[in-house]
Write a protein that binds this ligand. Structure first.
Ligand SMILES: N[C@@H](CCC(=O)N[C@@H](CS)C(=O)NCC(=O)O)C(=O)O
Length: 339
């Protein structure tokens, strides 16, 4: 089997997500800690986000972990797929993956770059990883520049101090939800990990490493740290999917869907409306707290994709999911009246 080349860095949640997927799926890969900006132009297009992946005989590297995970599904239709077989469970899996990639990443960014001490440690970790050739004053200057750049971007990605109390509360609620999974070998759709688990893993890998959120995890939800580190290399896991009925009683997954229904989907609805109306800012109340950020085109696309998946599900699958999505508050945002 041809080897994959994965380019990214350890501080990148999406790089760790894809690395863990390759490991679980037992696909051969070479992992290169490298800034994609340094890839030659014949190997990569203008959009160079971390991570970037290609198979040995692909012409170019591509980015965005979601389509890349999908590409691996299409190329390797074997027993270690990370998309549940049941289309109704697969829909939930994509929904939770999107929440992890687009909303939980705010937790990662807020905790990492909001606290100056945590931010300093991370900035120098990233520069030591991506610019190993730098020494002395040059390295210190690069660390300082990166530290400032990341902190200056907090408002732009919705992670400024004004949103802090909400993000902190939601992180604690996510930790409680994951603790409800009931064991470090239990996942959202059974005893085998799904794309949604790997997306949460990517963010939580960082949140269990950075000093500030790590202290919260160790104090409030130590199981989550075990869960994350086991998923880091799950090449030895041979689990099974739950049936959807059993999964409906999965209280950890229900708790995450409640967070999505109360917070992430209403945000996506408002963001899509802001983009459609040409507004620059999206603002709404979540859990009786104000939340605001610049409107994001990418997240409007994410919402369209969730709606597309919902609308193309077979009627029988939608009926099976409706009680669960109704109970968790997700259903109204999936309905047509919201677009
Ligand atoms: N949605 C993409 C996001 C990739 C992404 O945003 N990567 C970050 C690093 S974790 C990045 O390269 N950001 C650009 C920058 O910081 O300049 C995915 O799932 O891979």
């Amino acid at each position: 089997m041809q080897r994959y080349e994965l380019v990214g860095c350890n501080a990148s949640p999406y790089s760790r997500k894809l690395l863990a997927i390759l490991r679980y799926r037992r696909l051969p890969y070479n992992w290169r800690v490298q800034d994609p900006a340094t890839l030659p132009s014949e190997l990569a297009g203008p959009l160079r986000l971390m991570p970037m992946l290609r198979a040995a005989d692909d012409k170019r590297f591509e980015c965005d972990s979601t389509p890349l995970a999908q590409m691996l599904e299409e190329r390797h239709r074997d027993a270690r797929s990370i998309i549940p077989d049941d289309p109704a469970a697969a829909f939930l899996c994509h929904l939770i993956e999107d929440y992890a990639d687009e909303w939980c990443t705010k937790m990662m960014y807020y905790f990492r770059w909001g606290d100056p001490e945590t931010a300093r440690v991370c900035a120098s970790w990233v520069i030591r990883d991506l610019r190993p050739e730098l020494r002395g004053a040059e390295r210190v200057a690069a660390e300082r520049t990166f530290f400032q750049r990341q902190r200056d971007r907090r408002e732009m990605v919705g992670c400024g101090p004004d949103n802090g109390p909400l993000i902190e509360a939601h992180f604690c609620e996510l930790l409680r939800a994951l603790s409800l999974l009931g064991g470090s070998d239990q996942y959202l759709f059974g005893t085998r990990p799904s794309l949604a688990d790997f997306a949460l893993y990517g963010q939580l890998f960082q949140l269990t490493l950075d000093a500030w959120p790590q202290a919260i995890v160790r104090r409030d939800a130590p199981l989550v740290e075990n869960w994350v580190y086991r998923l880091d290399d799950a090449s030895g896991v041979d689990g099974a999917w739950d049936t959807l009925d059993a999964a409906a009683s999965n209280i950890g997954r229900m708790a995450i869907l409640r967070l999505i229904g109360r917070c992430y989907l209403p945000f996506l609805v408002r963001n899509a409306a802001a983009i459609a109306n040409g507004e620059r800012t999206v603002s709404l109340e979540i859990d009786n707290r104000p939340y605001a950020q610049p409107a994001f085109k990418y997240q409007a696309r994410c919402f369209r994709e969730i709606r597309r998946r919902w609308n193309t599900l077979a009627e029988s699958d939608r009926s099976r999911l409706s009680p669960l999505l109704g109970e968790t508050g997700c259903l109204p945002c999936l309905n047509d009246s919201f677009t």
